[in-house]
Unconditional design. Structure first.
Length: 100
């Protein structure tokens, strides 16, 4: 069973998941991420008090590669550069949209 790690950021600070969760696959990882985002949003504050639009959860596999990112507004986001493979980072630096 694959292990996924659920990291999140407020846009300035990173909060990392060093334990991860064994889940059945990507669909289960997405459901878990959505559940975590909802719980964190409720725990942090009410939406009208704090702007959470810059907060992002990044889900990585056991190899440390990001598989997707989810905003705290529950919309898909681009994976932060910190979680891109070296090849993807090089492509971005060269102005390419995809490696190769």
């Amino acid at each position: 069973m694959p292990r996924y790690f659920f990291h999140f950021t407020d846009g300035t600070h990173w909060f990392t998941d060093s334990h991860g969760h064994d889940l059945a696959g990507l669909r289960a990882a997405r459901a878990h991420a959505l559940q975590d985002v909802r719980a964190l949003t409720e725990a942090l504050c009410q939406r009208h008090v704090q702007d959470l639009s810059g907060w992002i959860m990044t889900v990585a596999d056991d190899g440390g590669e990001a598989v997707f990112a989810l905003g705290f507004d529950r919309k898909p986001r681009l994976v932060p550069a910190e979680f891109l493979s070296g090849e993807a980072r090089a492509a971005l630096a060269a102005g390419q949209t995809q490696p190769g």
